[in-house]
Design a protein around this ligand. Structure first.
Ligand code: AMP
Ligand code: MG
Length: 348
């Protein structure tokens, strides 16, 4: 067993600039320590982005592969200038509309950004979160904040302070509790470093919304497919992700076909992840993601549902496929990774 390095504190936090919990977080960050903080997407594991030793602690605490770069969080647009070598017009436009909010932009980096943040890439990913506590912490610390999700690498991302405690107790000095995350899945990542803007990870800002502003938007193949070879545009996308301990298998098709299939799969430790409408006549013990036609609600519930399946000691989980449109694409993208890309297509 790993010995506990810290007696991890869990403190409720408000956005008040003089909130003692926020001030303590800012102080720890300036000292090169890690703090888990709420954001509107998922909880983040924060470090001073300009301090390579502090950033290295993130990789250690999470068990995160070194070649998976981090997103740098800022609280005002001006902070971007020191981090990038140029600001394309498209980035200004997107920032005007979607910042603060769940959109990350990949831009050509400046030399100020440590290599450990970008995994040696010549680009840096930047986001301005809207969560009042995240903003207060960034402002109070006075530095840009590198922060991946505050979970152990591979596990479902944390959407509550309790999830952070489950994964990081003893490994970091402080977790700020700002309640449940409103979005529930990580930010949309769009690269503006090439000629054509490219969606690297879907999130609450949808491809449809991005196209309205950008016109052309390429969707990276890694959004929906398994990339096994060669360089990937978004290194994080090649890893198995978001998984509960159980084996997850995605099933597609109409409910009556799924129901027949699940009836044959009954057994010890076999669970289903379905929609509200399916709960009543589901042949397996089941957890719901939310209403079938409400992907925003499904996104809010997804990661806590995956953790709940662990608590129920599920061994095998059949998960109904979310829609691939709008925010459904973000839910689909996370669930297919939780399933290690294993899908069974059911028809009538
Ligand atoms: P996480 O911190 O767990 O939300 O993951 C951050 C995501 O952003 C990962 O999928 C990374 O691969 C992606 N990312 C971060 N920086 C870059 C970058 N410079 N270029 C491309 N993707 C990036
Ligand atoms: Mg993550």
């Amino acid at each position: 067993m790993m010995d506990k390095k810290y007696n991890t504190q869990l403190l409720p936090a408000s956005a008040h600039p003089k909130d003692p919990a926020v001030e303590q977080a800012a102080k720890l960050l300036r000292q090169g320590e890690l703090v888990a903080i709420p954001t509107e997407t998922v909880y983040g594991l924060a470090a001073n982005a300009l301090d390579p030793d502090a950033v290295k602690k993130i990789f250690l605490a999470k068990g995160r592969p070194q070649d998976n770069p981090l997103i740098v969080h800022i609280s005002s647009f001006e902070e971007i200038t020191q981090l990038v070598s140029q600001i394309p017009d498209k980035a200004r436009k997107l920032a005007e509309i979607f910042w603060p909010g769940p959109l990350t932009m990949v831009l050509p980096r400046s030399s100020l950004v440590p290599d450990v943040v970008t995994a040696g890439l010549d680009t840096v990913a930047i986001r301005m979160p809207s969560h009042p506590v995240a903003r207060a912490v960034i402002q109070a610390s006075g530095v840009p904040i590198a922060a991946p999700s505050a979970n152990l690498s591979g596990k479902p991302s944390p959407t509550t302070a309790r999830h952070c405690m489950e994964d990081l107790n003893g490994k970091i000095p402080l977790i700020l509790d700002g309640g449940s995350c409103q979005v529930g899945v990580e930010s949309t990542v769009v690269s503006l470093a090439g000629d054509i803007p490219r969606l690297l990870r879907p999130g609450a800002v949808t491809p449809e919304q991005l196209r309205e502003v950008l016109g052309l938007l390429a969707v990276d193949p890694a959004v929906l497919e398994k990339i096994t070879e060669g360089p990937v545009a978004s290194p994080g996308m090649k890893y198995m992700h978001y998984s509960p301990k159980a084996t997850v298998i995605m099933i597609t098709g109409p409910w009556f076909a799924c129901k027949d299939f699940l009836t044959q799969k009954q057994g010890e430790g076999v669970w289903a992840l379905v929609f509200d409408e399916d709960l009543e006549d589901c042949p397996l013990p089941a957890i719901s993601l939310g209403p079938q036609n409400d992907p925003a609600k499904q996104a809010q519930n997804l990661f806590s549902a995956l953790r709940e399946l662990d608590e129920k000691q599920a061994q095998l989980v059949y998960a109904r496929a979310p829609m691939e449109e709008g925010m459904g694409l973000a839910v689909y993208n996370r669930l297919i990774r939780a399933a290690g890309f294993s899908v069974i297509h059911l028809t009538d």
